[in-house]
Design a protein around this ligand. Sequence first.
Ligand SMILES: [Ca+2]
Ligand SMILES: [Ca+2]
Ligand SMILES: [Ca+2]
Ligand SMILES: [Ca+2]
Length: 512
Amino acid sequence: MKKLLIISAFIALLGSSAIKAQVTLNFESGNIGIEQGNCWGFKNVTFTNLEFRISGFWSGRSNQLTTYLITDRYIKSPWLTPGSGNLTLKTRLENDGGSSATMRAIVFSYISYDPASPSPTKEGSTTSYYTYNFPTPFNIWVQDLSVPIPEAIANSQYPYKILISFIGTGGSTRAFADDIVIPGTYFSDPANNCTPLPIIIDADGDGVADEEDEYDSDPNRAYNSYFPSVNQSGTLAFEDLWPAKGDFDFNDVVVNYRLQTVTNADNNAVEVFARFILRASGASRHNGFGFQLDGIAPDKIISVSGNYINPAPGENHHTYNMAANGLESGQTFATCIVFGCYFDVMGAGAFNTSHLESFTPYDTMNVHLVFINNGSPAPGGTVSNTQLTSGVFNFFIVGTSLTGEIFGNVQPTYQNREKEIHLANRMPTSLANSSYFGTKDDDSQPANGKYYKTENNLPWGINILEGFDYPIEKAPINEAYLHFTEWAASGGTSYQNWFSDIPGNRNPALIY
Ligand SMILES: [Ca+2]
Ligand SMILES: [Ca+2]
Ligand SMILES: [Ca+2]
Ligand SMILES: [Ca+2]
């Protein structure tokens, strides 16, 4: 008894994957009703404990083998999803059938599942795949049969039944059967008329059913998620005169964005497709634009592509130092520069901020961040989708030094990498110079988590998920949008729809 316990503990340790799934019948219940309840089917086959039983106390026994029809005497398995390997069973004839016996055989067939069948059994077509002929002269010796599961159904995700038919012509004999072992997984539902369990197809084997798998033939990808949504872009709008309020027109960099994150069956990020549409710039300054992934180390990303940083910038552009994976080097957290300077993307000067000037077509940049390539994660390991929320995207612009500015050792009006302008309360990257904080109109207080806000909580950057109609050149946002100041001063609780086109919200003359 003790030994048996140890053996079962050992089997449990092996785990289910080490034990091949089988569907078996040894007749030892001694009760045909019990096995029918287990979804086995029998026609002209009974349970017997008489002489000639094969193993244990009970075997199956057919009626007289007097026809060659496979539908006359059979044992039919429950629905099962077949594995690979051999079906095995023991069989014998009850006698030699006399001198007129001409044929004694067992025919093996499989029955497909037809969900559209009007029959309550949902059985589809029957395909015979193997015939065992009892050796002649016919005798009563026990035969051990081993019949391969046909390739057509081996390891299928669809259910099949195996039909074991006993046939014969000439004379009369019965056949016995016992110890039927079929490689496969039981797939019948005894509580539902023995119909198949719900079928879940996972064609690429990644553990995500085809129905839910947005990449059902790619085991390395499973889901898409979009932010703000698949058909919607958010708008980022920045004022570049920080730390001064300046003209406060929030059109110095206007970018629409949509993020598509692809995750795998383990809910780890595979890649991000970040689409940026550069809509407008009311600035004559060499602003850059990018984002940090807060809390995500640079070695979690394999590669970045689709962004643009001028390899030979002009004298008033900053030179960005890029790591081999395409992120900015020297950063604690992964930082992607989408464009080093908008002049490099759109040409010099302001565009799309004055009704008096012609429209400049938008420029779209598709940035591709790779976290897992062909199933292999970045050197720093995987990033789960709970880590890579839309909230970790910390967008910012890189500004230029203002006249008379002393920080960063950069000539006035030249792009200054140390000057970052983020959305309200978003932290700067490692390369930003915190000496700007608390100067001019800025009231950032890093110790209190307050960043890029004035004393009255006005921001320098806004992120409108519904999209945003930005002010025209030199029109302060609080004159174009009449409740902007109240919204910002309230910390975002009042006038939450300040940007929308409802009466009393806007001065249309000041909006592009
Ligand atoms: Ca038995
Ligand atoms: Ca799948
Ligand atoms: Ca997949
Ligand atoms: Ca401005």
